[in-house]
Ligand binder design. Structure first.
Ligand code: GLV
Length: 308
């Protein structure tokens, strides 16, 4: 028996239908119809308190998202239970679009022209070519590596930073503290898709944000707790950082009185840079369940210690 749970009953119904079509030999149920002691797998996003202790024969959890920070900090998560995250779930293509949109807007000075428009000014700025813009991607996992490759293909200079060294064609790969500093100092646009882990929390503190090039842009579509928001605000206010495109925040939904809402240099979106596409998520999870049934290696298993 496989239990499907998300915060939205309508979404649960949609997932139940897709899973039953894709894997008719299995029993998929919602919480109301589940016999907790029969549930072997949980497919979920947002697990309510009290649910996990009732699932006494659980063999694994499949998350309906790429980031598993909330689950890993769930106090009721059994310590050795395997957890699988989505490696794509349709998110890679969306993340490429979201970051490409920000980089292209920066290259074509759209943020500056919006401000000129607000001031009623007709002023032509010097053109800039993709090759003149150096983009740094923080996080070179499945998604980040694909973003880096796409931007390199667009003609931008691309560097990438990750925990361990990576080799990606046409992408200058950096790692470690020195690598991070080098990326921040040299890039015109810094875009993060990093997950939230004990190592990434607060990584972009005031000191590191100040290393960013004068007139640069920050894009954050990974997790909000990467960035010291007050330090970012100060650097936007004094013009050191030209603009920011932010999809994730320390507190979500972003509180109504947060200065980001009305800041002329901030373009913000409500955590939609890359959302899970149901059909794609179902395909990966069904493929994984079949691999398990055949004793084959599964995909997306989370290294608890690393946080992704
Ligand atoms: C979305 O933020 C996800 O982690 O899937």
């Amino acid at each position: 028996m496989i239990l499907i749970h998300t915060p939205s009953p309508k979404e649960i119904d949609a997932y139940l239908q897709l899973f039953r079509q894709a894997m008719p030999e299995e029993t998929f149920v919602d919480h109301a119809r589940a016999d907790p002691a029969m549930v072997r797998h949980l497919v979920a996003w947002g697990i309510p308190d009290g649910m996990l202790p009732t699932l006494t024969r659980l063999e694994g959890i499949f998350m309906l998202g790429a980031g598993v920070d909330k689950l890993l900090s769930h106090p009721e998560l059994p310590p050795h239970l395997p957890v699988y995250r989505l490696l794509d779930g349709g998110m890679t293509a969306q993340m490429i679009e979201y970051i490409r949109y920000g980089v292209l807007g920066y290259q074509r000075n759209m943020d500056l022209y919006r401000r000129e428009q607000a001031a009623g000014q007709w002023r032509k700025l010097a053109p800039r070519l993709p090759a003149d813009v150096h983009v740094g991607i923080l996080g070179l996992g499945e998604i980040g590596a694909a973003v880096a490759k796409a931007l390199a293909h667009d003609g931008y200079q691309v560097s990438g930073w990750s925990r361990s060294p990576k080799h990606i064609n046409h992408v200058h790969s950096l790692h470690g503290e020195a690598g991070l500093e080098k990326l921040l100092e040299s890039c015109d646009v810094v875009a993060s898709v990093l997950p939230s882990t004990p190592q990434t929390k607060g990584l972009l503190n005031g000191e590191r944000l100040s290393l960013m090039k004068p007139g640069s842009m920050l894009i954050n579509s990974g997790r909000g707790d990467l960035v010291d928001e007050q330090a970012l605000l100060a650097l936007l206010n004094n013009g050191h950082i030209r603009c920011a495109q932010l999809d994730v925040f320390g507190v979500e939904p972003l509180p109504h009185d947060h200065p980001f809402w009305r800041h002329p240099a901030v373009a913000l979106t409500p955590h939609i840079a890359a959302v899970t596409l149901r059909q794609e998520a179902v395909s990966q999870i069904v493929d994984n369940l079949r691999r398990k049934a055949h004793g084959e290696e599964m995909t997306g298993q989370v290294e608890r210690g690393q946080g992704y």
